[in-house]
Design a protein around this ligand. Sequence first.
Ligand code: B16
Ligand code: MG
Length: 209
Amino acid sequence: RLDAVIFDLDGVLTDTAEFHERGWARLADEQGWHFDSALADELRGVSRMDSLERILAENGVTADVEQKREWADRKNRYYVDALDELSPADLLPGALELVLACKDEGLAVAIGSSSRNAPMVLDRLGITDQFAAVSDGNAVERAKPAPDLFLHAADQLGVAAERCVVVEDAASGVDAALAAGMVTVGVGPAERLGHAHHRFDTVAEIDLD
Ligand code: B16
Ligand code: MG
């Protein structure tokens, strides 16, 4: 018997992945770095700094901490500016319905997102009040694939890890949930999420049973 559902945010409830990709692409363009959609896909669920490190490694660029901070801040400004466009209309089809169905079943619901901007995204989507707990990039030190984010969410809900199910679109997110000892539901292609316990192509197709 499961007691709680922890939802990833970007890529599960809304598709801000596109905004992240545009932010990194603009920074890369300004710096003369290579960046493409395949690399953007690998950055799903990966924290801001870890994402920058991967882009730098891909381009053979080294820099000091201060310079890296400036690049990460600049990408974040582009991302936050893009969030101005976000509204409840940007909830993915079936996403809110699934959250409500879980609550109807008596399951506790929480957010487990790597993003430090999660509170703003939830606010723009108009769904902040739906969740009993929000565990995001501000709450823990170690990002996905470490289990910390999801364990922190379970802790806030007062539910044991093995009684939680995590819904994730990122390979690193499924890794994190498995490391936490939780049941995993992947949303997206088998090539990316083949290691999840259950997998659906889209959130709308998730069958609560
Ligand atoms: P920020 P999730 C993740 O959110 C995104 O998928 C990932 O692309 C992003 O780099 C990360 O959040 C950090 O976001 O720069 O806003 O702190 O999928 O875990 O909800
Ligand atoms: Mg995600």
